[in-house]
Ligand binder design. Structure first.
Ligand code: SF4
Length: 505
């Protein structure tokens, strides 16, 4: 048994590859609906394959980066599946738990929670893990507990639980430059601060960002950090923009291939801005990136994590770049479509001007609804299936802004897509504003939620029919999702009179 002194892990909702389908991971942000929690968890977050020592073949990318950094700095560190941590009680000195949504306060978890009144399974699962016997025993033996990741801020809203679990340190931000020093102090028994926020002055340079040493969930590989658009509700925007060099990207793809992960998710806040000139996509770096990656993963799928709708429109209208990349490098072999997350956020140019003035750039913000529709049309024509977000309850939002969003939803009807409404969560430059709560929901919000529901159900059925979950081994998941969609339709139909009365009130 290896004698790891630093163990990195998370709860099951993070330590899963969601059946190889990243989108199914969204189910882990909701509560179990009309089925036992165990079945819901199996749908959303099945266990990962591990080796004899409990090391997963694929693990969350953020944990992989920290693991790589610690190994490079000489620590005996490894990511271990939560079911196997008890095997390391004798050697473990530091337990590090990473998460992007510890307590389900992030979008979309908070939306599910507000609407259903039930705690999402990611929250339940994380709290169960932190209260588990193995974590308690580790604490009794003097193991220092460090928690971190994009959801670290949520511990500030759970101070009692923080104390109950005996968490020594909460760390937030890009940690590569500082994490070695912090873990050294923890191992040496030195005092740790309660909270560390890694600010811009400690942002790691490209050279300080290590190459992962083991497979990442669904082959996720980072190609860029930061985003230049500066939306006020977003924390990413506070970070400087850095492009990961192509050789490092290739190394990580190869690490995944060696781990048996044959797909790649190119991760960036805006994949089409890789190597860009400001907010204008450039053909050469993007074509090179896709050509090299396709050369490595010949029979695997390539996905994009996020793109901005304005970059997509600009790239296609100026260079036919989207259709070129999709047809020549993505939809080849067995791959028939590509999934991606996109942000609509609002259909109101007035509100867009206030909270995301550069989101439409290089187009004027007044044209935001047209940019969204054009981008959706381009994606539809090129078999790009977006999972799009809307934000309800943004600070400064007025009923007419929500009406504009509903009107935009009507314009998006012909385009294959999943659209998810989310409630405003105070992050980024708006982190001191109020949360959006159930009593803030007005009839315009209900109208938008209904339209997104009908849109998403219509297209989800079409997407499953033509593209998604077609592999025979995924038949039970497909059936589970179909039943869930039928149940949701039946529920909404049943509630129709009450909802109509609410809208008319
Ligand atoms: S475009 Fe997306 S990642 Fe960039 S600042 Fe806006 S919300 Fe954040």
């Amino acid at each position: 048994m290896p004698d790891y002194e630093v163990i990195l892990t998370s709860d099951r909702t993070m330590m899963s590859n969601h059946h190889g389908k990243e989108f199914l991971g969204f189910l882990a942000t909701g509560p179990a609906i009309n089925m036992p929690e165990k079945v819901w968890m199996w749908l959303a977050a099945p266990k990962l394959r591990v080796d004899e020592f409990g090391r997963p073949k694929e693990a969350p990318y953020g944990l992989r980066k920290v693991e790589a950094k610690l190994i490079d700095e000489g620590f005996k560190a490894a990511i271990i599946d939560p079911d196997y941590i008890h095997k390391y009680l004798n050697s473990m000195k530091v337990l590090m738990v990473g998460h992007h949504d510890f307590f389900a306060y992030g979008p979309p978890s908070i939306g599910w929670w507000v609407i259903t009144g039930k705690e999402p399974v990611n929250r339940l699962s994380l709290m169960r893990f932190m209260r588990s016997e193995v974590v308690r025993k580790a604490k009794e033996r003097g193991v220092r507990i460090i928690v971190g990741g994009p959801g670290a801020w949520q511990w500030l809203w759970e101070l009692d639980f923080w104390r109950e679990c005996g968490v020594d340190l909460v760390i937030e931000g890009e940690v590569e430059r500082v994490i070695g020093g912090v873990v050294r102090k923890a191992l040496d028994g030195e005092e740790l601060p309660d909270y560390i926020y890694v600010g811009p002055s400690d942002t790691p340079s490209i050279d300080e960002i290590p190459v992962i040493k083991g497979g990442s969930v669904n082959g996720l590989v980072e190609i860029m950090r930061g985003c230049p658009r500066g939306c006020k509700f977003c924390s990413v925007t506070l970070r400087p923009l850095r492009f990961i060099p192509l050789d490092k990207i290739c190394e990580e793809v190869k690490v995944n291939l060696r781990a048996g992960v044959r797909s790649v998710i190119l991760h960036s806040e805006d994949v089409l801005l890789y190597g860009a000139d400001g907010i204008r996509p450039k053909p050469d770096p993007l074509i090179k990136l896709h050509s090299v990656v396709r050369g490595l993963v010949k029979d695997g799928n390539i996905a994009w994590s996020h793109v901005s709708l304005s970059a997509l429109k600009y790239a296609e209208e100026n260079y036919k770049l989207v259709s070129n990349i999709v047809n020549n490098y993505i939809r080849v072999g067995k791959q028939t479509f590509i999934g991606v997350e996109v942000g609509i956020e609002t259909g109101s140019p007035r509100l867009a001007k206030i909270i995301m003035p550069a989101k439409a750039a290089p187009y004027p913000v007044e044209a935001w609804p047209d940019v969204v529709e054009d981008a959706f049309r381009i994606m539809h024509e090129n078999y790009i299936v977006p999972a799009a977000t809307l934000i309800l309850g943004l600070p400064g939002e007025e009923p007419d802004d929500v009406v504009k969003t509903a009107e935009l939803l009507d314009r998006l009807k012909p385009y294959r897509s999943i659209i998810v409404p989310m409630f405003f969560v105070p992050l980024g430059a708006l982190k001191h504003k109020d949360w959006f709560r159930k009593h803030n929901i007005n009839k315009e919000h209900i109208e938008v939620m209904l339209r997104t529901f009908h849109h998403t159900v219509y297209w989800a059925e079409e997407i499953m029919e033509k593209f998604y979950l077609k592999e025979p081994y995924l038949a039970p998941i497909r059936l589970g999702l179909k039943l869930f969609i039928q149940y949701a339709k039946w529920r909404i139909n049943k509630l129709k009179p009450e909802i109509e009365a609410l809208i008319k009130a």
